[in-house]
Design a protein around this ligand. Sequence first.
Ligand code: SF4
Length: 248
Amino acid sequence: MCRTKGYHRSIRGETIIINGVRLMSEDRQQSLIELMSETNFTPFQRDNSKPIPEEIDTEKKLARLKEDALSCTRCALRKGCRQVVFGEGNPNAHLMMVGEGPGSDEDRLGMPFVGRAGQLLDRILEAAQIKRQEIYITNVVKCRPTGNRLPLQPEVDSCLCFLQEQIKIINPEIVICLGALATRTLIDKDASITRSRGNWYKFGTRLYMATFHPAALLRDPGKKKYVWEDFKQIVKVCNSDDNGGQGQ
Ligand code: SF4
């Protein structure tokens, strides 16, 4: 639970890093109190005051949201795609992964991360001993941008309500942003993936980490070592007692 080995803390301006967990400025005051009063650091704190959601309610809410998404025509992407790719996985996942948008294979099959990048993600998950069916995987936009281009900002803005609602319903402790778009959408609109990856960002009780998109690894295999370093950190936090041991 509390891992004193390798315990490290530092304060740089408005940012606090504890064991590699970077807390944003809104957490600064609380974190300072914790730093002063704690000798051990628990990186993952469940909010026990929060009612435990009935699993069935989560599934129903997610299914209702999916129905809304499947009939959505809020942006022009819907006209150019075969189907809406909502996301898939465990509705009660502790770990959620968010990519950019569906590619051609995803568009054809209606599932996220099933093409070459998805197969690479599967291999990374397998190596990290994270079971895909235990996590939840989705994208920032739910419809495929034609020609596999990056979604435009107005398209992201139109679709963001679905992603925000997915995160709210599933309520994962950890969200992994795969690639620059997810990182800029969920962590910091000015973030650079190269500089942001591998750091933990905490908003409320939820931890976020950015890492390279598997498609970037296909283009540049030299990035694989960084993603593996990131996943080692993810597994470490996933396997902490406070997180119920997901990922084993
Ligand atoms: S990308 Fe999102 S907002 Fe645009 S049509 Fe598809 S589901 Fe709707």
